[in-house]
Design a binder for this molecule. Sequence first.
Ligand SMILES: [Fe+2]
Ligand SMILES: [Fe+2]
Length: 163
Amino acid sequence: MPEKLEEEYLGIIQDILDNEEFQTLKNFYHHNSSIYTHSLRVSYYSYKVAKVLELDHKAVARGGLLHDFFSYDWREYKKNKNNKNHGLEHPKTALKNARKHFQVTKKEEDIILKHMWPKVFGMPKFKESILVSMIDKYCATEEFYGGYKEFVQNKVKFFAQAS
Ligand SMILES: [Fe+2]
Ligand SMILES: [Fe+2]
């Protein structure tokens, strides 16, 4: 992801980035960074691919940014047996939060709700929803693997120093 993002892209999502509640996502660890960083990556890559495929780049930029709008650590959440399945529930939480703070279009709504597809029930209604769902899986895998690689490298370094 480039350090300097395109003016056009920033123009589409700046109000979300500036939102105080959305900023709290910086405090919650996700894969190997924060929910904020992960969401920004999903949004930006979806926007870039949508432009090439001539899809609705605004909807994927905004829907992608809001897809994981939940302000809690899901590892802690899962420890409480009273909490429902995070994987199935968090798209609904994200949509609720998105609606509370922003105007959400029908397409953005579907992008947020179906991003865990095919784990969630119901088919995505738009090509843009499928795109964000695929980019989310790509980013999550890359971020998780990146973190895992670092973890293994640190372990190897640790044992090499100890021996
Ligand atoms: Fe998610
Ligand atoms: Fe995600």
